[in-house]
Design a protein around this ligand. Sequence first.
Ligand SMILES: Cc1cc2nc3c(=O)[nH]c(=O)nc-3n(C[C@H](O)[C@H](O)[C@H](O)COP(=O)(O)OP(=O)(O)OC[C@H]3O[C@@H](n4cnc5c(N)ncnc54)[C@H](O)[C@@H]3O)c2cc1C
Length: 290
Amino acid sequence: MTKQDFHKPKTVEDAIALLREAGEDARPISGGATLVALMNARLVQPSRLVSLSAIEELTQCTHQPDGSVRIGAMRRHRQTAFESDLKAAHQVVSCAASQIANPPVRNMGTIGGSISFADPAADYPPSLVAANAEIEIAGPEGRRCIPAEEFFLGWYETALEPGEIVTAVILPPMPASSIGHYEKLCRVAGDFALASVAVTIDFDDNNTVSSLRLAVGGCGGGPVRVAAAEDTLIGTELETDAITAAAELLVAELDPVDDVRGSAEYRLKVVPRLLQRTFNNLVDIREPAQ
Ligand SMILES: Cc1cc2nc3c(=O)[nH]c(=O)nc-3n(C[C@H](O)[C@H](O)[C@H](O)COP(=O)(O)OP(=O)(O)OC[C@H]3O[C@@H](n4cnc5c(N)ncnc54)[C@H](O)[C@@H]3O)c2cc1C
């Protein structure tokens, strides 16, 4: 690759034009944590790299007056984990970001790069589905937003069309009383998830669950959400029987594979325990020890 093939535009529109001009072999580059490794291994050889790092609007995290939060695609995992002041159920996203890999990767990788690559074991996808997030996308036709649930299509596959980039993740307003939490099981500290569970939840005055969204990661091509499992928990006080029933419904819908991190069978055994651990920790978050 020659030097002329690297570009660092200052606006989203210029980035889109540069990608369009070079055609299908051009790639946006954000943190480079994954793309540079793929290039070093000669698995991809882009004809043009368009860095998104100088586009100011992509680096911002903005708290809107209506309570929604717009996280720019270039926000590093470290910033999303520790510097974005995410509150209430939005914390499912900072909690996931804080568990990505290790400090060097969290300093380098971005939320836009991570979700565009869509590794099925990545930490953001289940957390964004649980948070009911929207993904903002820019392309030659302008900007559009789609729910996270419709963005992740399967193994390393997203709803991005050729020439489009992710510009932001938008978290909808959440009640101040809501809670978000993310649990991940991995073989060794800093590894991708063998399985993970993300939840956002709120309670009514009687201490019963009034709303809940639940997503599982690492057990299929993308995050899995099972409405029947959520319905089983709504109206309960998260008794063990209710969690067990929800876990059974969840496991019935999962389709994990055997890989270097573990067998499909092991993953299906892990998910119910991870679900129980998630709710145990949620109770601790709600009622911190005196
Ligand atoms: C050692 C190591 C351990 C890791 N462990 C974990 C882990 O535990 N959990 C986890 O979730 N992740 C993990 N990752 C992945 C890490 O989170 C990366 O940051 C992430 O996959 C890619 O983000 P990036 O910003 O570096 O993207 P890049 O490497 O720059 O790009 C990745 C891909 O996305 C495309 N792309 C980049 N930005 C955009 C955009 N805005 N719009 C459209 N396409 C875009 C690129 O063209 C490329 O194809 C790990 C990575 C490494 C190297």
